[in-house]
Design a protein around this ligand. Structure first.
Ligand SMILES: [Zn+2]
Length: 67
């Protein structure tokens, strides 16, 4: 089970997709167990196509809750 610090949420309007490293991203061919930090620079949100910069961690520094 991933910690909230390791789960990242897409911040674009009407999306809210959460990247869970335990699941990876089937659509983006990201295998289970891949940390968000290890995703390639050109990885995009499988729902809305936002870049990695549009994501924030669920907890920890710079997180959704702190914003
Ligand atoms: Zn998105």
């Amino acid at each position: 089970m991933a910690n909230p610090e390791e789960m990242w949420q897409c911040q674009t309007v009407n999306c809210g997709y959460i990247y869970n490293p335990d699941k990876g991203d089937k659509k983006g061919k990201i295998p289970k167990g891949t940390r968000f930090e290890d995703l390639s620079e050109d990885w995009k949100c499988p729902i809305c196509g936002a870049t990695r910069k549009s994501f924030k961690p669920l907890a920890g520094p710079g997180s959704v809750k702190e914003a």
